[in-house]
Write a protein that binds this ligand. Structure first.
Ligand code: KIV
Ligand code: ZN
Length: 523
């Protein structure tokens, strides 16, 4: 084998830029609380993501706070905030990343005729001037500046060249060429990069980046094509979440590069065994389920159903498997341990599943595990993931479900008797409803009156069997603020009550911390 020199290997390294918390959060309904973002930042850093785009600081106080606090806790990854071309945006972003060990300002401006004419009402010369002004200002505040040409793939190529040249001259260190509307095609996207890299003065001094939306289902293919043409940063999101049809899925990009090194001789620094955990966490906090047949992280991604496939697999895994579930942290949903398991073994299992908990969180999770093991015959890895995520999600909640009893069945009305604690003080109520879930949610309204509207109620079984835990996601909305809650329990109604209460806690916390809704139009 020919030895690869460090320089060559550095040249072939692809920077993974995660935008789950920024573009991903722009998916309608996918908002995340501050605590969830902090936890996600830790998961992304454990996974060795190179750049974490933590939010759009001028968009809301919540986004600002998320970028600021993530900048304080992340030590290895670059923490990046998004800013439009205006001075206020850039300064707010600089302020948010001020404490980051390695911070980045990501500033963008639309360049396409459609956006120039209909949104910005600006000429090409105006755009060039704004690029120079915004990037220069950002560079004066931060040494690491990324500039994006919004709607680049629908921009005249000669004008795009001039824009990129202006951004490089003004000091941009990364140039991002977004396919904002998911319109491009792999060979076409590659041509855009080749042309820019060959023809723009100074192109060899910057990193080119892809940012692809999935409107035609081509986001991953387009991103990889950009890499083949010389891009060395890929912007992507866990589970492919993002505006409209989403962004390129991080897990698909990373695994395509890893598995097809023969055709794609590039590498990333991602520790791929953290992928499944990240995917599950993002799914739980956003309430967006991962489709069963989703590449890499879907429940069926490594399942072999037909007899012919199973026979082949038993003889040699390579017959039908191009990568192994363990590579992406998908255990075979192993039976883990019974109720006699000790704390040390439980801690080891958590480590294996990618969790490092502090003493209090560990004690709480261990107690929940013991309770679960009392109720459920077999406790699987997926059960443990659900219960730990549940414990982490609710640990700061001021309102907690204490007791719940529900009368259900064919003779209505169904009735729920509920006791909660609100900052330690008990409060009880009972309510009827059109079905047991409705009765439970009405009882929550009685103990904690609120004006939020239920936007999502979703239940899925964590494992198989009638004693499986139900994992419930609830999304609430009030005054444009959206909050998601989650909980798991072998009793579906208890899980529903806890998920609703968790969402309510997140909504209350959000109201205390933020001004209403996002108010940025995006340009
Ligand atoms: O899709 C897009 O153009 C964006 C930019 C803000 C980078 O998300
Ligand atoms: Zn985007």
């Amino acid at each position: 084998m020919t030895p690869v020199s460090t320089a060559a290997s550095e040249r072939d390294r692809v920077i993974i830029f995660d935008t789950t918390m920024r573009d991903g959060e722009q998916s309608p309904g996918a908002s995340m609380s501050l605590e969830e973002k902090l936890e996600l930042a830790k998961i992304l850093e454990d996974m060795r993501v190179d750049v974490i785009e933590a939010g759009f600081p001028i968009a809301s106080n919540g986004d600002f706070e998320a970028v600021r606090q993530i900048s304080e806790i992340v030590t290895e990854s670059v923490v990046c905030g998004l800013a439009r071309a205006g001075v206020q945006d850039i300064e707010r972003c600089a302020e948010a990343i001020r404490k980051a060990k390695r911070g980045r300002i990501h500033t963008f401006l639309s360049t396409s005729p459609s956006h120039r004419d209909h949104i910005l009402r600006a000429s090409q010369d105006d755009i060039l001037e704004m690029i120079t002004g915004s990037v220069t200002h950002a560079r004066n505040l931060c040494g690491d500046v990324e500039w994006s040409a919004q709607d680049a793939t629908r921009t005249e190529q000669d004008f795009l060249r001039r824009c990129v040249e202006a951004a490089i001259r003004a000091g941009a260190t990364t140039i991002n060429i977004p396919d904002t509307v998911g319109y491009t095609y792999p060979s076409e996207y590659a041509e855009v990069f080749r042309d820019l890299i060959e023809n723009v003065p100074g192109a060899d001094t910057v990193i080119f980046s892809t940012h692809c939306h999935n409107d035609l289902g081509l986001a991953v293919a387009n991103s990889l094509s950009g890499v083949q043409a010389g891009a060395r940063q890929v912007e992507c999101a866990i589970n492919g979440i993002g505006e409209r049809a989403g962004n390129a899925a991080l897990e698909e990009i990373v695994m395509a590069l890893k598995v097809r090194g023969d055709r794609l001789p590039y590498h990333t620094g991602i520790e791929t065994q953290h992928i499944t955990r990240a995917s599950r966490y993002v799914s739980a906090i956003t309430g967006f389920p991962v489709q069963f047949n989703k590449a890499i992280v879907g429940k069926n991604a490594f399942a072999h159903e037909s007899g012919i496939h199973q026979d082949g697999m038993l003889k040699d895994r390579g017959t039908y498997e191009i990568m192994q579930p363990e590579d992406v942290g998908q255990g075979a949903s192993n039976l883990v341990m019974g109720k006699h398991a000790g704390r040390a073994g439980f801690r080891e299992k958590l480590k294996e599943l990618g969790y490092e908990l502090g003493q209090n969180a560990l004690n709480e999770a261990f107690q929940r595990f013991k309770d679960l093991a009392d109720k459920k015959k077999h406790v699987f890895d997926d059960d443990i993931v659900a219960l730990v995520d549940d414990a982490l999600a609710s640990q700061a909640d001021k309102i907690q479900v204490k007791h719940l009893r529900v009368i259900a069945g064919t003779e209505g009305p169904q009735e729920a008797f509920l006791t909660v604690t609100i900052e330690g003080a008990e409060k009880s109520a009972n309510a009827t409803g059109d079905g047991p879930v409705d009765a439970v949610f009405n009882a929550i309204h009685e103990v904690y009156p609120h004006a939020a509207t239920l936007r999502l109620f979703q239940v899925h079984a964590v494992t198989e069997g009638t004693d499986a835990q139900a994992q419930v996601s609830v999304r609430l909305e009030e005054d444009g603020r959206i909050a998601t809650g989650q909980a798991a329990d072998t009793d579906t109604l208890t899980a529903s009550a806890k998920a609703y209460v968790n969402a309510l806690n997140n909504l209350v916390a959000r109201k205390e911390k933020t001004a209403p809704a996002r108010m940025v139009s995006g340009f």
